[in-house]
Write a protein that binds this ligand. Structure first.
Ligand code: AHR
Length: 310
């Protein structure tokens, strides 16, 4: 029995349904919980046996989880990596054991692209560009000579952080009035977002900020808590751009507190399971499978936003 799994089972190698090991990076947000649920639900719908492990935001734990899956001789491993680098050794062990790996959510950097079959997830760079495009459009209607942005970044060395940063910078670069004048790190966590914005409000560096570009809704919600506490009037004049599309953020968009929410789609389960099934049945699949995403903003019809379950 593989202990510590939500779905602990005895390994019967003659069993008909394949066994899939799923290593998730953590449970830091409602988005993440929806992502996990979507993958497990769709795998179970197709009768896969699922071994789930939560990495608790610790890469070393995820590496140990993958080693457990290898020892257990699973048929396929799904990895939602915490960070981009540091996976080569364990993925080589999986490859040597003949176990295919599918990467979901954040991308990895590896010296050998044969270490995984495909990546299924968002285009984080496109998300950053969509955030930048909203701001460029806003700037084109503004007569301000400078627009100062505070970028609240996610976890360092995570693909969703590096690519959302790159896509945003590339797009805002077309208007030299827009400048990122302050960068803070909130690790995608609400309490961290609250803490760093609190400090920026207390030391006065937040005063000159016109735009908050936050890499996820959890940090945006934390930042808004800090603003409510220390500078309740500031959020009225601030342009707030967030990423994910959690229910709480969409509600604040509808109330006019957040201006733009770039969707990051956690409902990837169908796409992941489709890739798993096609690979296990011998079909060739593309190296990159993007999931559909959109943008919600005060420039659009907010009544059309589908109800969220996360
Ligand atoms: O990698 C995707 C990001 O991770 C989501 O935007 C965020 O909410 C989660 O922490």
């Amino acid at each position: 029995i593989l202990t510590g799994c939500t779905h602990a089972i005895d390994r019967d190698e003659d069993a008909l349904s394949p066994v899939v090991g799923f290593s998730q990076s953590g449970t830091e947000s409602n988005w993440r919980k929806a992502h996990t649920d979507s993958i497990i639900t769709e795998l179970e719908k197709e009768d896969y046996q699922v071994l789930y492990r939560n990495g608790f935001l610790n890469q070393e734990r995820q590496i140990q989880d993958i080693r457990r899956f290898i020892a257990y001789k699973v048929d396929l491993i799904i990895l939602a990596p915490l960070v981009e680098s540091g996976w080569d050794t364990v993925l080589t062990e999986a490859k040597d054991a003949g176990i295919p790996v599918i990467i979901v959510d954040r991308n990895i950097q590896t010296s050998d692209s044969d270490l995984y079959i495909t990546h299924v997830g968002p285009s984080f760079k496109a998300e950053g560009s969509r955030a930048g495009l909203y701001l460029s459009n806003y700037a084109s209607q503004s007569s301000e000579s400078t627009i100062n942005v505070l970028e609240l970044k996610g976890l360092e060395n995570a693909a969703s952080t590096t690519l959302r940063h790159e896509g945003f910078l590339e797009t805002i670069g077309r208007d030299n009035r827009i400048q990122v004048t302050q960068t803070l790190q909130g690790d995608f966590i609400r309490s961290k977002g609250r803490e760093v914005i609190r400090t920026a409000l207390q030391d006065g560096t937040f005063n000159a900020i016109d735009v908050l570009y936050s890499h996820n809704d959890e940090m945006t919600l934390g930042a808004l808590e800090a603003l409510k506490e220390l500078a309740p009037d500031k959020s009225d004049e601030l342009v707030i751009i967030s990423i994910d599309g959690q229910k709480d953020a969409i509600d604040l968009l509808k109330k006019g507190i957040i201006n733009c929410v770039v969707e990051c789609n956690p409902h990837v389960g169908w796409y992941v399971v489709n890739a798993v099934s096609r690979h296990l049945s011998g079909s060739k699949i593309p190296k990159e499978i993007y999931v559909p995403e959109t943008v919600f903003s005060d420039q659009g019809d907010l009544s059309m936003i589908p109800t969220r379950n996360y």
